[in-house]
Design a protein around this ligand. Structure first.
Ligand SMILES: Cc1ncc(COP(=O)(O)O)c(C=O)c1O
Length: 402
């Protein structure tokens, strides 16, 4: 990717920020919760309005022009998801629309994995990531247990030093009965890229890998055409990638094991959501996802660099625990998510205090598997509409609380 001067970047960012009506309409507020759901640019709102006022019909049913156009839009969105993930011409891959990552992971678990597992098989799953990427595999295990099939869930090993997966321990954990690995691309609490480009080498060529890409698609480039990212499923939420709520997709490579075929009659698809996803991916491509990611990382670095100087704050994840001498620099690993807690102020109180200054952050236990209420944290998650000035204002408030 070409380098831009700071002035070019500032101009680019200002132009993009101006395209979010909810942001420009509330200059007194700063939205710092894009990991929960992303705001929508005008192009997405326009696509939804245009579709509903000119074309709205059911997809795959009917022969009149609105119905045909709707079917065509859904198919175009399917192709668009493939292109967006770096897989424009793959012969075998497929895209299935869902309501989000949670439903997508459940679809892979229930409709693809369960029918293939036998007594004594093992699957490796993340026990410290989002619960959406643990519960579907636990449910699969329970479903099979009810049929007398005993499948073991083993923990995907983590590195204590850097917080990403321990690829060496992973290679050792994969055995002849390992049938599946579920992993996460970017951790929703720790904010780090989990180094998934090393997963295939660790897991070996045989075992399918499913990637929870809820915090990566729409935030940073995800390229399944990269041989190092030889994963079998990419599951994401459209609403975190600037499309409407209730949208998401599963991309399936379909080369290890059977083709993903969601069970049963799917009913009417969320056509308006799919249309919004098509527009959102177009918008993100035009903006340049790699440039968007670099902007978010720059802001996250600005925040962590100064927050780290304040003893009362503990920054979670790679910022705090990256081992000295690690070949991975902080700036490379951390994406646009910074999670922290204050030594004396409970996180929900800190959330209220920050909102009284106009900052919308997430303040709770962030749906992390195994976490409970007392594990409350504050998460700042950044996107292209956020500015250095917002970060500096936030830091001024956080510094005043130190
Ligand atoms: C890493 C991760 N996985 C899964 C999910 C669940 O996404 P959704 O609620 O859109 O199904 C989230 C949502 O925050 C997430 O951050």
């Amino acid at each position: 990717m070409r380098e831009y001067t700071p002035d070019e970047d500032r101009l680019w960012q200002r132009k993009l920020r101006a395209q979010f009506p909810i942001i420009t309409g509330h200059p007194e507020l700063a939205y710092l919760d894009s990991a929960a759901t992303a705001q929508k640019p005008q192009a997405v709102l326009d696509a939804v309005q245009t579709y509903l006022t000119t074309t709205n019909a059911n997809a795959g049913r009917g022969t009149y022009p609105w119905a045909n156009k709707t079917t065509e839009l859904v198919e175009r969105a399917r192709r668009r998801v493939k292109e967006f993930l770096g897989d424009p011409d793959a012969e075998h891959s497929s895209v299935h629309f869902t309501s989000g990552t949670t439903e997508g992971l459940r679809t892979v678990a229930r409709d693809w994995l369960v029918p293939q597992l036998a007594d004594g098989d093992e699957i490796l799953v993340p026990f410290s990531d989002h619960r959406a990427n643990l519960e579907p595999w636990q449910e699969a295990r329970r479903l099979l247990a009810a049929r007398g099939v005993d499948v073991h869930l083993r923990a995907l090993p983590y590195q204590e030093t850097s917080g990403d997966y321990d690829h060496r321990a992973l290679a050792e954990a994969v055995g002849p009965r390992t049938r599946f690995v579920a992993a996460t691309h970017v951790h929703h609490v720790y904010g780090g890229d989990m180094n998934v480009h090393r997963l295939r080498a660790a897991v070996g060529p045989r075992v399918p890998i499913c990637l929870d890409a809820a915090q990566s698609v729409g935030h940073l480039p995800v390229d399944v055409g990269d041989p190092a990212l030889d994963v079998d499923f990419v599951v994401f939420s459209g609403h975190k990638a600037m499309a409407l709520p209730g949208t998401g997709a599963v991309w399936a490579r379909n080369t290890r094991g059977p083709v993903l075929a969601p069970a049963g009659w799917a009913g009417t698809p969320n056509t308006v959501g799919v249309v919004s996803l098509l527009a959102a991916l177009d918008w993100l491509d035009a903006a340049g996802v790699d440039r968007v990611a670099r902007h978010a990382v720059r802001l996250a670095t600005r925040l962590t660099d100064r927050l780290r100087l304040l003893d009362v704050y503990e920054i979670l994840g790679c910022g705090a625990s990256l081992a000295a001498g690690s070949p991975l620099a902080e700036g490379q690993r951390r994406q646009g998510i910074v999670t922290f807690r204050h030594r004396d102020i409970p996180s929900d109180d800190l959330g209220f205090i920050l909102f009284s200054h106009g900052f919308m952050v997430r303040a709770d236990s962030l749906c992390q598997a195994g976490a409970d209420e007392k594990d409350g944290v504050v998460r700042v998650s950044l996107h292209v509409h956020n500015t250095e000035e917002e970060i500096d204002r936030l830091l001024a408030v956080l510094e005043s609380l130190a």
